[in-house]
Ligand binder design. Structure first.
Ligand SMILES: [Zn+2]
Length: 258
């Protein structure tokens, strides 16, 4: 009889273990159908989702002073890639700054769902301004962002400006108004985040990278490397994050307002 109770107790314990095992499975989070829909919807609503953006970090390790036509069919020739400027306080060359910023911008835009392409990820390249434009055309990107820093004789000059192709130019009339809109939104975003001096957006006829482009394109002059304060800020990682934040916010705004 006693033995019978022992077996019974054993059987009860075994049964309890099996039953509780079934109910006490570790908690596993599975989004239900509605939540999945919300996630999908958020992706669809993100204006940068799936947008193709080409980042052109201006200049390269060594300039190429050979000439190329400033526009298709033009007899006017311009340097393929100039040397760029150098920071008066930091001694950092413009091509180093533009790649630093470009790589950070790429990450931020990609995090928002954009498909990002880079003209260069290295200083040791030789890609002319005309060739850079053709790469953007062949990729069929939605926007080209060219990154530069400015230089001036007067070292007091500071601030951010953005250049865009001219409406009054047979080569760029088709991309001018879109480019101008992108320039305006991005400049606003950058100034809002950095509190830098707003030097405005300006249309230009003399930029090879604009004249050969068939897709909207802007050129950011992120600050003056000829001004010691601007130069120090441009090469400060925290300030670079503010520049990137401003560019990303402005780009979002641009794609939000077709
Ligand atoms: Zn430059």
């Amino acid at each position: 009889m006693r033995r019978y109770f022992v077996w019974l107790a054993f059987a009860m314990i075994a049964l309890f273990a099996v039953v509780s095992g079934a109910y006490l499975k570790p908690f596993e989070y599975v989004p239900d159908k509605l939540e999945e829909k919300v996630i999908q919807q958020k992706k669809l609503l993100e204006p940068l989702q799936g947008k193709k953006i080409l980042i052109d970090s201006g200049h390269q390790g060594r300039g190429n002073l050979q000439k190329e036509p400033i526009a298709p069919g033009s007899a006017v020739m311009k340097t393929k890639v100039s040397h760029g400027t150098t920071g008066v306080a930091t001694g950092v060359p413009e091509y180093v700054f533009t790649l630093d910023l470009g790589l950070k911008l790429r990450k931020s835009l990609a995090d928002m769902g954009a498909e990002v392409f880079m003209i260069r990820e290295d200083h040791n390249v030789d890609i002319s301004n005309r060739e850079r434009a053709i790469i953007g055309n062949e990729l069929g990107v939605d926007l080209v962002i060219k990154l530069h820093a400015d230089g001036a004789e007067d070292e007091k000059i500071r601030g951010i400006s953005i250049l865009y192709p001219s409406m009054d130019n047979e080569h760029t009339e088709k991309i001018a108004s879109e480019s101008r809109k992108a320039a305006a939104y991005i400049l606003e975003g950058m100034v809002r985040n950095t509190k830098a001096i707003n030097r405005g957006s300006k249309e230009r006829n003399d930029i090879t990278g604009f004249n050969w482009s068939e897709v909207p394109v802007i050129l950011i002059e992120a600050g003056y490397m000829s001004n010691p304060q601007d130069d120090l800020l441009l090469n400060d990682p925290i300030y670079q994050e503010l520049l990137v934040k401003g560019i990303v916010e402005g780009t979002r705004e641009y794609f939000l307002h077709p």
